[in-house]
Design a protein around this ligand. Structure first.
Ligand code: NAD
Ligand code: 13P
Length: 595
């Protein structure tokens, strides 16, 4: 038997009786419209209290009402659905449907009267159980003229009809849990019968029936109580650099909304790698100012973002875990989170980079899956953090295996200026995000050499070719089209013109050409002020794979860039990459551990 707690969980389906949806019984209102209110209402009450059989009550009420189809049409115009709804029911149904809960409507009344209400509430016709009126048809005109009773074959025509309707619903869809909400004795039957509903919620907002209140597992007078009790996803951000902050800011705007369809807990905990900032703890400064002055200065993150120095505390109880740390730290992060995340949580990685182990490459999403034992999607795109902070138009894709999770993450991230597409090629998307950082170094070298856009375009084009070749060589299932997405060519263009890898590689090349060489580490700390460069590490990691597999000649640009950053070739070779890769492998020549 389900309990009230079941309702708060994410998996259930919902059946609501007509009496809990409208402020007045449809048939009573029709009776009023037809001028026969009193006798019909008396019969309704007898049926709801269980003292008269449903079928007889319906027959007697219809006989008294004695309406025509034209009367029904006029009745619907005079009493439009919006004027008849119980306060809060539309919000409740919206909130349930936003969570993927199937909502059904069951009425002891008639389809002709209830369908306009269902349509207004967004309940599909096929999810409505109600009786059908029978009409006498005119021999001459072929049109219905007179009401002559109703179709008694529908489950709703009889007592015990609601459990039968539930049995039909279960036949169609083997739901885990069916929750029934109602206000009458016949609604209660729905849960008191084997195979019926798993949980009954009594509603006393229109009519309070003591017998129903006494038996209900949970009795409410206001639907807000039900909306407020719905489970919401708790979000954690693991990381607090520039991109992590730009994303947490968008998520915080999306989680803090006054909307019944909102599926997210307002508060987002953000794990911050603790450090001193001007003599104070960075987490304290973030929580006081709601800004990250070191990594993302000038942007309000949102009052609902809470910076925490403990990674366990940040991830504790989170349903959705967003990972965004420089790739060299993710292995350590995963080890710290092992066994600390909810088993049914879902993750998404925003990190661009990969890990190379002796046994082969490992994508960050694979690492997360392996260590945390949860699904991990990726979000990749042409996304320079500060431009997104300034709310400039940008695109990303969510590379996914699990579509439901991807759709949920899309809701979490999407803003009017941040467009998200769903891409069923998570590996391809992640490979694009990883490899474009190598090409960006090449673009920076072109800039450092003082060359123009033609040369940069050549590097970008060749880079794209090698990104695609390498990704498909490692992971043959990667799709060709992925490289034309915003995570492929889009990100290449953005990073090769506006990224940090480009910036540092340009400065490095200039220093080299001026005869006063600087290291990447020096320039990283000087120009990026704590932010991290991913391209140099990635180039070395990818080169290790190329070398081991004897693929270097197939990737002349990647190989040449790697030889330049390691000081084996001068930066000028970036525009002569075919020649750059023909020299014998310096790492091998110097006795590397290559096989
Ligand atoms: P960042 O480079 O701005 O900041 C570095 C982060 O690393 C800081 O949060 C710092 O606290 C943290 N850090 C430093 N030492 C650490 C340690 N030992 N352990 C754990 N964390 C440590 O970070 P970012 O821009 O958010 O980048 C994260 C990932 O997002 C990278 O893979 C990057 O390629 C990717 N990305 C960045 C951008 C961007 O515009 N910045 C855009 C898209 C993707
Ligand atoms: P950089 O790390 O080179 O700034 O690139 C950021 C990025 O990935 C933009 O999509």
């Amino acid at each position: 038997m389900a309990t009230r707690a079941t309702y708060g969980s994410f998996q259930f389906d919902f059946l609501t009786s007509a009496g809990t949806v409208t402020v007045n019984d449809s048939l009573d209102l029709l009776a009023q419209f037809m001028g026969v209110q009193e006798p019909v209402e008396a019969l309704t009450n007898l049926a709801m209290d269980g003292s008269l059989s449903l079928q007889r009550a319906l027959e007697e009420r219809l006989a008294i009402i004695d309406c025509t189809p034209a009367d029904i049409q006029r009745f619907i115009v005079e009493h439009p659905p919006a004027s008849r709804l119980v306060p809060g029911i539309k919000e409740l149904i919206t909130a349930l449907q936003a969570r993927g809960v199937a909502v059904y409507l069951i009425s002891g009344g008639f389809r002709e009267l209830i369908l306009p209400i269902a349509a207004h509430l967004g309940i599909p016709k096929g999810n409505v159980f109600a009786n059908r009126m029978n009409w006498q048809w005119d021999d001459e005109t072929g049109a219905p003229t007179k009401l002559v009773g109703f179709d008694t074959s529908e489950p709703t025509a009889h007592n015990q009809g609601k459990p039968q309707a539930i049995a039909r619903i279960r036949q169609r869809n083997p739901y885990n849990t069916v929750v029934m909400i109602g206000d009458g004795i016949t609604d209660l039957e729905a849960v008191q019968t084997t195979g019926g509903a798993d949980l009954f919620i009594g509603y006393g907002g229109v009519v309070e029936r003591p017998a129903v209140a006494a038996e209900a597992e949970w009795y409410v007078y206001d639907y807000k109580a039900l909306v407020d009790s719905l489970a919401r996803y708790r979000v954690a951000m693991i990381g607090s650099g520039a991109w992590a902050c730009a994303v947490v800011r968008m998520m915080a705007q999306n989680t803090k909304v006054d909307d019944p369809a909102d599926e997210f807990v307002d508060e987002i905990r953000m794990w911050v790698y603790e450090e001193d900032y001007q003599g104070r703890k960075l987490t304290e400064v973030i929580n006081e100012t709601h800004e990250n002055p070191k990594y993302f200065p000038g942007f309000h993150l949102g009052d609902n973002v809470v910076a925490v120095p403990s990674i366990e505390e940040a991830a504790d109880g989170a349903d959705l875990i967003v990972l965004c740390a420089p790739h060299q730290f993710v292995h350590g992060i995963c080890k710290q989170l092992m066994g600390k995340v909810k088993p049914d949580a879902a993750a998404i990685s925003l990190t661009k980079g990969m890990r190379v182990r002796p046994e082969g490459p490992q994508l960050i999403s694979q690492m997360v899956r392996r260590y945390l034992n949860i699904d991990c999607a990726v979000l990749m795109g042409a996304n320079i953090a500060t431009d997104i902070g300034r709310e400039q138009l940008s695109e990303a894709v969510i590379g996914y295996d699990n579509l439901d999770q991807a759709e949920r993450f899309k809701k979490l991230f999407e803003r009017p200026y941040f467009r998200i597409g769903l891409l069923p090629d998570p590996v391809g998307a992640e490979m694009c995000g990883t490899l474009k950082n190598i090409v960006a170094l090449g673009a920076g070298m072109v800039d450092g050499l003082g060359l123009g856009p033609n040369s940069k375009a050549t590097i970008i084009r060749q880079g794209l070719v090698e990104m695609r070749r390498f990704s498909r060589a490692l992971y043959p299932s990667v799709r060709e089209d992925t490289f034309l997405e915003c995570c492929g060519v889009g990100d290449l263009v953005a990073t090769c013109y506006g990224g940090r890898n480009r910036l540092v590689a340009e400065a490095w090349t200039r220093a080299h050409m001026d005869g006063s060489p600087r290291t990447f580490e020096e320039l990283e700390s000087e120009l990026l002020k704590g932010q991290k460069l991913q391209g140099v590490l990635t180039s070395n990691e990818v080169q290790e794979i190329l070398r081991k597999r004897h693929w270097e000649q197939d990737y002349p640009l990647f190989t040449t860039i790697n030889r330049i950053i390691n000081g084996y070739l001068t930066p000028k070779f970036v525009v002569d990459y075919e020649a750059g890769c023909t020299f014998s492998d310096p790492a091998t020549a110097e006795g590397s551990d290559d096989d």
